[in-house]
Design a protein around this ligand. Structure first.
Ligand code: BEZ
Length: 247
């Protein structure tokens, strides 16, 4: 995952990430006394909600700044810097939860292996991630602006599987899929410069060599598709699932 997040800006201007994630908590339906692992817990906003239900939370994120923010939000909780491709837990957990994080993890197969190993038999994996076509209008517009400026092609840092691809990987990792939802979810960004700030927050690494005027040109190209009702709307497309580890 990207490292060195500005966690304050993330919580302030990209609060929709956790706000939409709150819907996913209904799918998780945490119970008092359960142990839930939040994979890619970020600043811990949803982990805190899970803890508020009486469940014990383990939070994992690869970014130290995110983990520091999550620790402040959840003093005393088990919040760790760890790589989702290579983590273990001491005792099997009842559920693994992940909101808007799996698409940052390049090897889904490795991640699913760790998730499966971390769960007890019959435990559940509840997650939402970007799916095939996610933010394609944004990346397509920036790609075009870069081409016009003679800049090299970007290699975007996310994986957005199709429902069929991800379902196959879940089954290969020993999960039974109980619910799977694939849908467009246009997501309103804050401010007239919302699209450029989204790019700076979530794609700053791959865009480090792109001058501001080229990013502005990307926004101009995207505007007919993504600006409406006085706001930028990111073309999010979500994959959400509930899967059970077969014992
Ligand atoms: C997403 O949640 O779909 C997403 C967030 C940041 C970058 C790319 C995708």
């Amino acid at each position: 995952m990207t490292e060195g997040w500005d966690t304050r800006e993330y919580d302030r201007d990209f609060a929709f990430v956790s706000a939409y994630g709150a819907e996913l908590l209904d799918w998780l339906n945490p119970q008092p006394g359960e142990t839930v692992l939040d994979l890619g817990c970020g600043t811990g906003e949803l982990a805190a909600k899970i803890a508020g239900t009486g469940a014990t939370v383990i939070g994992i994120d690869s970014d130290p700044a995110m983990i520091e923010a999550a620790r402040q939000r959840l003093p005393g909780a088990d919040i760790r810097v760890a790589d989702a491709h290579d983590f273990t837990v001491e005792q099997p957990v009842d559920a693994v939860f992940s909101n808007a994080a799996l698409h940052w993890m390049p090897s889904s197969v490795e991640v699913l292996g760790c998730v499966s190993d971390a769960l007890r038999g019959g435990g559940r994996f509840i997650a939402e991630m970007g799916a095939t076509g996610n933010v394609a209008a944004i990346t397509g517009a920036v790609d075009q602006a870069c081409r016009e400026a003679g800049l090299p092609e970007r290699s975007w840092p996310w994986v957005f599987p199709s429902p069929a691809q991800y379902a196959a990987m879940l089954e290969d990792a020993g999960f039974e899929i109980r619910e799977l939802d694939f849908r467009d979810r246009p997501t309103r960004l804050t401010g007239d410069d919302g699209l450029v700030r989204w790019l700076q927050m979530f794609a700053g690494g791959v865009l480090a060599d792109v001058p501001p005027e080229v990013l502005a040109r990307g926004a101009e190209i995207a505007r007919p598709q993504l600006w409406r009702d006085g706001a930028w709307w990111a073309d999010y497309r979500r994959l959400r699932f509930r899967a059970i580890k077969v014992s």
